[in-house]
Design a protein. Sequence first.
Length: 145
Amino acid sequence: MHDNALELVHLLRAVTVEFGLRQAEFAAANGMHPTDVRALICLLDAARAAEPATAGLLGTRLGLNSAGTTAVIDRLERLGHVERLRDPHDRRRVLLSVTPEAIHLGQTFFGPAIETLTEALAGLTREEREAVRGFLTTAQVAFGG
């Protein structure tokens, strides 16, 4: 492997470690477990992808059994970060939704970093952004995502 390529892999690792530390800080500051933050991210990702966010989907994405998934949802609901809503197309199914308050909380904490990153990406050409996307997609797949 080329030294430069390995340097980028190490940089990606450093970024993921820092992001994990910020997630843990956010969780601790807001009375949450780190898994709760991962759950919120999963639910927000599902909303962006227009996927129905169910307990089953959340459990699968978090690698939790049914009891563990219910515990996470109960905690997040108790904290006011998640709502359980009846699916308007199938009244038997319950959908999960991140509350506007939780979104605001996350934007307040993570917003400055996200803004810095989006500004950096805005300065790249389309081809450069595609190269970054390709690398990050490969990294996600390499780690099982």
